[in-house]
Design a protein around this ligand. Structure first.
Ligand SMILES: Cc1ncc(C[n+]2csc(CCOP(=O)(O)OP(=O)(O)O)c2C)c(N)n1
Ligand SMILES: [Mg+2]
Length: 428
């Protein structure tokens, strides 16, 4: 195993310690969030960047305050480096009122366009690339000399929009650093089964842009590579693709035990854990000692504990918030149309669990089931005939209460639970 890069001549002691601090913060925060998830306090999916901390931290650390980034699911480390507080990440995942999205999202879809220059993640893999190419171009038109950075997985690099976005950035010479986080897996697909290349960075050649391949588990190598890429972008060389080779040490998300990953592969990468390796390097170089390490750990623990307390005791959003900020942030007045009086359908008069109303959902579902039954009866379908009457219907949850009131058009609206069911946890 190679030791971490000894580019220490160009990395100051403080920078080394910052990189170490943010990687530890990244890991310890995610550990705290796993506990919250297991206590059922996290509303949406939770993705782990265990073993990939050096990629997020090392690349984002190369950016300046004026620069912009857009994280993907495993880039909590980049958010922390850019200045997002652990409490904001916790309240966001717990869908609390005080979270960056005021409780309207329970995963990582938040940004900060005003102060921190963070564009919210987009779940459709690859879509952030043209968006961030646009941010980079806008910065140039405004004379800001900024660099934009975003991340993509090995799987995401096979989407059409990856190629379209990179081509656009290349032809426009947009100052965009694209970090291709090759963690060997896209869900359960190993990288060799989806790309016939040893280095995904070779894709840069097709667009005539610069690229690097870096050991993604070596924080100072990642940082010095990203720093060089950022400098080249800033001086007008156009976009750069960095492939960071690393390993996804957990499943795709919390629900995935990743039994398809060979044990030897996990062991191989475990022995190259970026934090353990960096710690050893810092100690060998006398940049860190046991006492300083314990101090950093206790500072982080204290901060995470305070932020966890804060997040857990924060209130959920009030129901009225649902009608605000959906399409705009105050330029239009959007009012909910209550088909029944609000008092009647909210506590204490009613104990009904809040639900989304999907107009004509039940008719559509029943019609689809009838079609299927007819198709099966005609011998066209291989599936067994369905008994429409016993088909589980989402509206049975609330049906007794709904039937008591006078029939209006909206009563035909079926009701679907608003919270994501457990089986959806962790999927996107
Ligand atoms: C365009 C698109 N296709 C499929 C998905 C579903 N999906 C979400 S994450 C994921 C796997 C991504 O793998 P990779 O890009 O390697 O990132 P990693 O999870 O390894 O960080 C898939 C298939 C999606 N979000 N967007
Ligand atoms: Mg991957």
């Amino acid at each position: 195993m190679k030791p971490p890069s000894t580019a220490s001549a160009t990395v100051t002691r403080q920078q080394h310690l910052d990189l170490y601090y943010f990687m530890k913060l990244n890991r310890m925060l995610e550990e705290a969030m796993v506990n919250l998830f297991r206590q059922n306090k996290i509303v949406g999916g939770l993705y782990s960047s265990l073993g990939q901390e050096a990629v997020s931290v090392g690349t984002a650390y190369a950016l300046e305050k004026r620069d912009w980034l857009a994280p993907m699911i495993r880039n909590i480390g980049a958010l922390l480096v850019k200045g997002v507080r652990p409490r904001d990440i916790m309240t966001q995942h717990m869908a609390k009122f005080g979270s960056p999205t005021k409780g309207k999202d329970g995963t990582s879809h938040f940004g900060d366009l005003e102060k921190l220059h963070i564009v919210s993640p987009i779940s459709m893999l690859g879509d952030l690339i043209p968006v961030m190419a646009g941010v980079a171009m806008a910065g140039r038109y405004l004379g800001q000399n900024i660099v934009a950075m975003t991340w993509i997985g090995d799987g995401g690099s096979s989407t059409g929009v990856f190629h379209e976005g990179l081509n656009l950035a290349a032809v426009q010479k947009a100052p965009l650093v694209l970090v291709l986080e090759n963690n060997q897996w896209a869900y359960s697909t190993p990288v060799q089964k989806q790309v016939p290349l040893a280095n995904l960075a070779d894709r840069a050649k097709a667009y005539g842009i610069g690229s690097y391949v870096v050991d993604g588990n070596d924080a100072s190598a990642v940082y010095t590579t990203a720093r060089q890429a950022v400098a080249r972008c800033r001086r007008g060389d156009g976009p750069i693709l960095i492939e960071a080779k690393t390993m996804r040490m957990k499943g795709h998300a919390q629900h995935d035990a990743a039994e398809y990953v060979p044990r030897e592969m996990v062991e191989y990468w475990k022995a190259r854990d970026p934090i353990t390796r960096y710690e050893k390097f810092l100690m060998d170089e006398k940049l860190l000692n046991v006492k300083a390490k314990a101090e950093i750990e206790s500072r982080i623990s204290k901060q995470i504990e305070e932020d966890r307390e804060f997040a857990e005791s924060s209130p959920p959003p009030p129901p009225e918030l649902a009608e605000q900020g959906v399409y705009c942030d105050g330029c239009h007045t959007i009012e909910a149309r209550w088909e029944r009086s609000k008092k009647e359908v909210t506590p204490p008069k009613s104990s009904v669990v809040p639900v989304w109303h999907v107009r004509n959902f039940d008719e559509a579902q029943a019609a689809a089931a009838l079609d299927l039954a007819a198709e099966t009866a005609a011998g066209n379908g291989a599936r067994p005939a369905l008994d429409v009457t016993t088909m589980p219907q989402a509206q049975t949850l609330e049906r007794p209460r709904t039937e008591k009131i006078a029939a209006t058009k909206s009563d035909r609206a079926s009701q679907v639970p608003s919270a994501r069911a457990n089986k959806h946890k962790g999927r996107r």
